[in-house]
Structures are given as structure tokens and as C-alpha cells.
Design a protein around this ligand. Structure first.
Ligand code: NAP
Length: 494
């Protein structure tokens, strides 16, 4: 860490130089009208930084600069050189990892260990796609002796990336790294609650040698600039990660210009635990599945679908462990940080309070937590709701907080039926020693990712995306690149 520090929370030094400007066309800029948005540390409820509140005019400027960079500097940069720049960016992200992690924790509330993991994964995305920049090659098509036919993989163009608050930096990298590798330019709109690391990333990409205008970060409210960005005639693809209602709106606005979209939306993912499972692994896996980032994870395992024969044993161990999990300021590196905002904590509490009123058993938590010294923070206890029926709202709707709902089943077949019985299809996990049952579950459950005996197994290289209301399109791995190139077929009569 090279920069001057401002003060410390829990002994962790806070960088003095928080990002303050948008990054458009290679310049640090304010909003055209000078307006700003404050960003709050969710563990204190206090403002700790502010960023420009972009106008529609600022979006127009970002699109214009992005288009100029596409046609000139970036599209025609040698693919191997594009890869080198992305690899240098990865190294710079690792160099500044601690600063980025601290900023991410202050902005989002997540525990420092999780932010450090997110920064490492961010560097991993740039490394992975750096290696792909010069390998996006097409096919030759055998039409016989009188023709020569082949395909080119050309960049889609200007790509917009709309980012949620729960994984700000890593979601930015997940879309931007493959987009840039394939020769596209990018405009990032981070969430209003967590704008800082998308701005910090801009400086590192510029230092790595990325030409001006190739990566632009525009901070502003989605309600003000979202439609203008998505519906802009100069935007060729939109990668949206966020809630179902906003995703539907994005798709409708993009449809007016027949702009392609990738939608990564919500989830209500099941963790199935069969009677023959390794219960130690199942308990650890379930805790991580629901309490990572205080449950504010699209792929969270928010439903435990457990065989009746091991229900009591699983519940007892989960309750004991949930009650012991530390809750505190993210910089003190607890197991759970705060929820992102007061309104979000009220929404989570509302689900639990309504479940309690319906007579559902609250086996653990079920209330806000006061952390001494951080009374203004938005903390909520790790919560377990037991024996919930399939049609209950806490099963059918995404709570997006540290709330696990337990569903009891009597067979592997019922586990599959229950796993499928929501409008979502993002992830599903299963714990069993029976490989046949595991693979049958994997085949029968309608979801984009299946985890067998380790929830969240995989990483940068494993394709990720949803079915049903969880969205469509794939990110991560080689599959992500398909959104960022278009296939042009050239055929010659010879
Ligand atoms: P959200 O309210 O939909 O916001 C997501 C992003 O959309 C934010 O940047 C937001 O900007 C922006 N936005 C708002 N209105 C818009 C508009 N009219 N046009 C374009 N963009 C607009 O979702 P969230 O509450 O931030 O995130 C939580 C949701 O994201 C959960 O449902 C979760 O499951 C989902 N998620 C999914 C994945 C995945 O990969 N599948 C990953 C993470 C999160 P403002 O912040 O300025 O409003």
C-alpha cells in the first residue's frame, strides 16, 4: 500500500484518496451539472465518500468517446497486445489489492476477507481473458472445390455493463474483461450504493496502457441514466446484473433498438442434503451458501432441502453454528458484515417478521443485531426458518439476506421436485455419497450451475448464468465470450 492513509477502523488504515471522478474518454470528470451522490459505509450509516451524479448528457459523452475508441484505438490493436494490456491490468490489481479490498468493504459492508477474495478473482478475470484475446478464431467451412468459406469473430461494439451493489468490482471485471479481450469498448454503470471500485479500476486500466475511451465508468442513478444508456443508439450490447424487475425493464428498453442483452438476475437456489450425505461437509457448505456476504448473493443457497432422516441433526448443527457467527464492521473481518442499506435491512426483516406471523418456526436469529461502537450499522442476525412449505413467500421470493429457509423431503425424487419448484433457476447444490443420485439431480434440476458436494465450487473458468427468471446468457469461462463477438461469414466463389 503506497498511498497516504486517513484513519483506521478496527486497526485497518483507510486510504485517504477515495475515487471522486467519473472516467470518460480517458479523463477524470465531474457530472455536467456538478451534482454528486454520497456513498455510505453500511456498518456506520455514515457518509464516507461522494461521486458525480451523472446526467444523460454524461452518458452521451461516454458513448461518443467509447465509439471513437472502438473504431480507432482498440478494435485495431493487435489481439496479442490487447492481451498484454489486460495481463498488466491483472498485475496492477494485485499490486493495489489491499487498497481495493478496503474500499470495497467500506462501500458494500462485506467482510475484508471476502473483499480480498473478490479482488483476487477480479485479477483472475483479467488474467483469464488476457489469454483469450488472440485466440478468438473462426472456422473454415468445407463447401467443396468451388468455394472458400470462413468466419471472423468480430467485436460487437460498445458494451454497457450495469452492476449491482453486492459484488461491485468482481461483477465489473466479469463482464468487462471478456468484452475488452474480444475488442469491444465498455461503459460501466456501477450501483449507486457502491460506485467506488469501478472508478478505481479505471485508473489501473489506464496505467496498464488501455487507450482512452476503451473503459468508461459513469456513476449515476439508474432511475436517471439507466434508460438513456440501455436505449442509446450507440450502445451495441448490454450486460445487466441486478434484480428481476429492473432486468425486465432493461430488456424492454433494449428491444426498441434490437440491442442484445445478457441478463444475470436473482435466484432462490436450493442446497439438497440427502440422508447419506457427509453431514460435516453439508453443514459447512450450507453455512457458506447462505451467509457469504450476509446472504446478499444472487447464487446464495437460500433453501436447505433436507431429507427428513437427517433434518434434526442438520438443523441442530446449523443453529448452533449460526448463533456463533460473528457480526461486525467488515474491516474487523467478521463472518457477517452489515446489509447494504437501511431500506434493504427493513425489507429482509419484513420477510422474517411476516413469516413469524404466519407461524413459521424461527430456529435462529430473526432480528437485527446491535454491534457495540457501530450502532448506526445495518446488521441482521444469521437466521434460519424451519419446515417451510413450498408455496410460502420465503421459498418463492428472493430475500437477499442472511435467511435460510428449510424444506423437508422424504426422497431424492422429492428433493428434485422441490428444488425446481420456484420461478428461479440460477444454481443448485447437492450433498450425497451416491454419484448416481447426484448426477440425476444435476440433470433434472433446471438451473445454470449445479454444485455437487461443494456449494460454490468452480471459479473464473466455469460458465455462470440462469434459466427461468434468473435470466439468460452466460458469463465466466469461454462461454462468456459468445456475447462479445459476432460471427461474420465470408464465402468466395473461386
Ligand atoms: P437493481 O435494483 O436491479 O440494480 C442493479 C443495477 O441496475 C444498479 O446499477 C442500478 O442502478 C441499475 N438500474 C436501476 N434502474 C435502472 C434502469 N432503469 N435501467 C438500467 N439500470 C438501472 O438490483 P440490486 O438491488 O442492485 O441488486 C440485487 C439484485 O441483483 C438481486 O436480485 C440479485 O439476485 C441480483 N444479482 C444477480 C447476480 C447474477 O449474476 N445473477 C449477481 C448479483 C446480483 P442504481 O443503483 O443507481 O439504482
Amino acid at each position: 500500500m503506497t498511498r497516504e492513509m486517513r484513519s483506521a477502523i478496527s486497526g485497518v488504515a483507510i486510504p485517504a484518496d477515495m475515487p471522486r471522478h467519473m472516467f470518460i474518454g480517458g479523463r477524470h470528470v465531474d457530472a455536467a451539472n456538478g451534482d454528486r451522490i454520497e456513498t455510505i459505509d453500511p456498518a456506520t450509516g455514515k457518509v464516507f465518500a461522494d461521486v458525480p451524479a451523472a446526467t444523460v448528457g454524461d452518458v452521451d459523452a461516454a458513448v461518443a468517446d467509447s465509439r471513437a475508441a472502438l473504431r480507432g484505438a482498440w478494435r485495431d490493436t493487435l489481439p496479442v497486445e490487447r492481451g498484454r494490456i489486460l495481463a498488466r491490468a491483472a498485475a496492477l490489481i494485485r499490486r493495489d489489492a489491499e487498497r481495493l479490498a478496503i474500499i470495497e468493504t467500506l462501500d458494500s459492508g462485506k467482510p475484508l476477507a471476502e473483499s480480498r477474495g473478490d479482488v483476487a478473482t477480479t485479477a483472475g478475470y483479467f488474467e483469464y481473458y488476457a489469454g483469450m484475446a488472440d485466440k478468438l478464431q473462426g472456422d473454415s467451412i468445407p463447401l467443396g472445390p468451388d468455394y472458400m468459406s470462413f468466419t471472423l469473430h468480430e467485436p460487437v461494439g460498445v458494451t454497457a455493463h450495469i452492476i449491482p451493489w453486492n459484488f461491485p468490482l468482481v461483477t465489473t471485471a466479469r463482464g468487462v474483461a471478456p468484452a475488452l479481450a474480444a475488442g469491444n469498448t465498455a461503459i460501466v454503470k456501477p450501483a449507486t450504493q457502491t460506485p467506488l471500485t469501478a472508478l478505481a479500476l479505471a485508473d489501473l486500466l489506464a496505467e496498464a496502457g488501455l487507450p482512452a475511451g476503451v473503459y468508461n465508468a459513469v456513476t449515476g442513478r439508474g432511475s436517471t441514466i439507466g434508460d438513456a444508456l440501455v436505449g442509446h443508439s450507440g450502445v451495441d450490447h448490454v450486460t445487466f446484473t441486478g434484480s428481476v424487475p429492473t432486468g425486465i425493464n432493461v430488456m424492454k428498453v433494449a428491444a426498441d433498438r434490437v440491442t442484445s442483452v445478457t441478463l444475470e438476475l436473482g435466484g432462490k437456489s436450493p442446497v439438497a442434503v440427502l440422508a447419506d450425505a457427509d453431514l460435516d461437509a453439508a453443514v459447512e457448505g450450507t453455512l457458506k451458501a447462505i451467509y457469504l456476504n450476509a446472504g446478499q448473493v444472487c447464487s446464495a443457497g437460500s433453501r436447505l432441502v433436507v431429507d427428513r432422516k437427517v433434518h434434526a441433526a442438520m438443523l441442530e448443527r446449523l443453529v448452533q453454528r449460526a448463533n456463533q457467527l460473528s457480526v461486525g464492521h467488515g474491516l474487523s473481518d467478521p463472518k457477517l458484515g452489515p446489509l447494504v442499506s437501511d431500506s434493504h435491512r427493513r425489507a429482509v426483516a419484513g420477510y422474517v417478521d411476516a413469516a413469524r406471523a404466519r407461524g413459521i418456526s424461527i430456529a435462529a436469529g430473526g432480528k437485527p443485531v446491535e454491534v457495540p461502537g457501530f450502532e448506526g450499522g445495518y446488521f441482521y442476525a444469521p437466521t434460519i426458518l424451519d419446515q417451510v412449505s413450498s408455496q410460502d413467500p420465503v421459498i418463492q421470493e428472493e430475500i437477499f439476506g442472511p435467511v435460510l429457509s428449510v424444506q423437508v423431503v422424504d426422497s431424492a425424487e422429492e428433493a428434485i421436485a422441490v428444488a425446481n419448484d420456484t420461478p428461479f433457476g440460477l444454481c443448485a447444490g447437492i450433498y450425497t455419497r451416491d454419484i448416481t443420485r447426484a448426477l440425476r439431480f444435476a440433470r433434472e434440476v433446471d438451473a445454470g450451475q449445479i454444485f455437487i458436494n461443494q456449494y460454490f465450487a468452480g471459479g473464473v473458468a466455469t460458465p455462470f448464468g440462469g434459466t427461468k427468471l434468473s435470466g439468460f446468457g452466460r458469463e465466466k469461462g469461454l462461454a462468456a465470450l459468445a456475447a462479445y463477438y459476432q460471427v461474420k461469414c465470408i464465402t468466395a466463389r473461386i
